[in-house]
Design a binder for this molecule. Sequence first.
Ligand SMILES: [Fe+2]
Ligand SMILES: [Fe+2]
Length: 264
Amino acid sequence: MNRIIHISDLHFGRQVPDIVVHLMLWIDEYEPDLIVITGDITQRATTRQYRLAQTFLKQLNHPYLVVPGNHDISIHRLFRRFHHPWNRWRKMICSDLEPVFQTDQLFAGMINTVRLTGYRLNWSRGRVNKTQTERLIKRMADVPKTAVRIIAAHHPFWLPREEEHRHLVAGARDALPVFQAAGVDLILGGHIHTGFTHVEGGMIICHAGSTTSDRVKGSKTNSFNLISGDKNRLDIRRIQWDGTGFFSEAVKRFKRTAAGWAGK
Ligand SMILES: [Fe+2]
Ligand SMILES: [Fe+2]
């Protein structure tokens, strides 16, 4: 059985130290096979914030995969943004912008949806393109049929109605059927700082909130996900911060059917 922790939007520079301490305790207690980190690990992509994120990653005693979010490239230092946007990421966080992890029971592949510019004024909106989806599908070609297949990116491939103003990652509508045909089980994401699970095209889409930052508004809370199971059954528990500690919501159970995954 696989055990995965999904955290997101750490936003180092705006991290809440107490939450970081509690998160580390939960990680050590859960003993995950893999930690998936879906972007925005810094607040403003400064070198100081990259160092904080690097220190955090070095303290993880378990394998992890990390992918950038829109906050992880500079918005003020335009020379850096356009000429060497990923230098510090590659040196301090991960040499690969789209790393993968594989065991007999699990495949996880990251997609970098961050773009330096966009067609719209708001450059924080991401994109996934055909080259990226095809590369990932090729990497999955020799994954055993019994292994859980996970894709993770910063930007959302599906949104709850109340979050639709945040917009899907551009290219989502083309990418989802390709993922479905490739037997993808689970798509993990962040960006909107809201945790949810949803089944779309027989795949489970699961987001974590901002796990460790003070960038939470209204009824939103800091959160992360504990995911366990195999190709026939997956359990997802959202873990939320209540101001003094993390607590677990009721588990959400998903079962494989002939039409893909079912559950809420
Ligand atoms: Fe974020
Ligand atoms: Fe973001």
